[in-house]
Design a protein around this ligand. Structure first.
Ligand SMILES: [Zn+2]
Length: 470
């Protein structure tokens, strides 16, 4: 076929299939002559072919050796790089009146940015479950979802989508109810009281459900790790745990006073805490991008915002101004110098944890947080993980292989025969420059192919939905 006709044909085919979310196409799809970065840690496999049928990868091999089936849609990908679909391991998608349900914004931003899986760390369980089944049925475009439902917080929760916990009894009962209602895991928030926390932890172990989240204000990081909390978000409790005055820091409300955290930091205590995390395999989701927004909001929330067109009115007009005010008057009321040093200390902490063997996940806390856009922010997080000291491969693994391992989902996180076909094709090598994960040429979501033109159409849909939102 003439080159132009072929392009036109592929374009029309892509347009025809992409916007019926539908099931994966029945014919096979193959990337040929592509550089595969399978995220297992082995080096780039050049000149490879990856074949997809239905929602699975059915073959990976050398292009010179692997025959593609006759009905295959071939994507010639010479010079390009294929990575596993990305996971954002800390997101909020439907979160009371903070993040009202809108299936044309958050899910599409994820997919358009190559994020094909998310761990939803707190939200409205029933609508999230509906999204999940509609996505699985092909009625809606969106990432694979692992969801917690409401977060276990104190007697007077700070946020929507929360379950108030007053005591041990509440802790146990809420864990049981969430499990019964189909939550995949339990999310802990900062204000849960000690007895409620330890009861929830014990009940979770007993009935076999994972619990994760903040180290609560009244619990030590060593206690959370020893109780079996599987992941710690935002390094909560970590700097308290490294301080010679941990008790004093824990007795105060969390927030400002970061100069004191730094002044009382004890490298020996840090070493011991990190060793415990390694021993217990307590995963860390440092949410570095979000941390910058929290501590240095006057920087991150200034200047033009090229992504503003994707933010619905509720974020721009209501949630973000409220958040900015709260952060500036609370967490970020320390001298800017202390806050900058604290962010640097967080980077150093992540570097030391990674070096010691603490397992790390990439998470952003999107769409909570000012200008923390779904999808886009995950790429920023990968860049910050590299800035903190992870290799580009390690950062990539924090959003791919590690996610599969953490979630105990054997069919995701790497590129191999039998895995779910969630893939991202890049124009340049992310192991040379991690920011190359942004150069997305196409995405495969559960076997469905989205060309660059398709992804741009999704972004355009988001823009329209944002403009029409209330
Ligand atoms: Zn969160």
């Amino acid at each position: 076929m003439h080159k132009f006709m072929l392009d036109a044909f592929l374009f029309l085919t892509a347009v025809a299939i992409a916007f019926l979310p539908g099931k994966a196409q029945e014919h096979a799809l193959a990337f040929t002559h592509v550089n595969v970065i399978d995220a297992t840690g082995t080096s780039v496999q050049p000149d490879a072919t990856v074949v997809v049928r239905g929602d699975r990868i059915i073959a990976v091999g050398k292009s010179s050796e692997l025959k593609t089936p006759g009905d295959t849609q071939v994507i010639e990908a010479r010079g390009k790089y294929l990575i596993p679909g990305l996971w954002d391991m800390h997101v909020h998608e439907i979160f009371g009146d903070w993040l009202p349900e809108n299936e044309k914004i958050i899910p599409l931003l994820f997919v358009a940015n190559g994020v094909t899986g998310v761990r939803d760390m707190g939200g409205d369980l029933e609508p999230l479950k509906r999204w999940r089944s509609r996505i699985a049925a092909g009625e809606m475009i969106g990432p694979r979802m692992v969801i917690s439902g409401p977060m276990l917080d104190g007697p007077v929760p700070q946020f929507p989508s929360s379950a108030p916990i007053k005591n041990a009894e509440d802790g146990r009962r809420t864990v049981d109810e969430l499990k019964k209602n189909g939550a995949d895991f339990i999310k802990i928030q900062s204000l849960i009281p000690r007895d409620g926390y330890f009861a929830a932890a014990e009940e979770s172990r007993k009935i076999g459900i994972v619990f994760v989240g903040h180290v609560p204000d009244k619990v030590r990081a060593v206690e959370a790790s020893s109780a079996g909390q599987k992941s710690i978000e935002h390094l909560t409790g970590v700097f308290e745990g490294c301080s010679t005055v941990e008790d004093e820091l824990m007795s105060k409300p969390r927030g400002p006073g970061r100069g004191r955290f730094l002044a009382t930091y004890d490298p020996e205590r840090a070493k011991a805490l990190i060793a415990l995390f390694v021993k217990n395999q307590t995963w860390q989701v440092p949410t570095l991008y979000w941390e910058q927004g929290e501590w240095l909001i006057e920087k991150t929330n200034s200047g033009p915002d090229p992504l503003a067109k994707y933010a619905p009115a509720a974020w721009r007009d209501r949630i973000w101004p409220m958040f900015t005010r709260d952060i500036a008057s609370g967490w970020s009321s320390d001298p800017v110098d202390d806050r900058e040093r604290f962010v640097q200390a967080e980077f150093k902490m992540v570097r030391e944890m990674n070096r010691a063997g603490v397992p790390i996940l990439a998470g952003t806390d999107t769409a909570a947080g000012v200008r923390v856009y779904p999808g886009f922010s995950l790429h920023s997080e990968l860049e910050l993980l590299v800035q903190a000291g992870l290799t580009p491969m390690e950062a990539l693994q924090a959003a791919t292989r590690n996610a599969g391992k953490f979630l105990e989902l054997a069919d995701t996180g790497t590129i191999a025969k039998g895995k779910r076909a969630d893939l991202v094709l890049l124009d340049a090598n992310p192991l040379e420059q991690i920011r190359n994960t942004r150069k997305i040429q196409s995405v495969v979501l559960a076997g469905r192919y989205y060309s660059r033109a398709d992804l741009d159409r999704l972004l355009h849909e988001v823009e329209e939905a944002a403009a029409n939102s209330k």
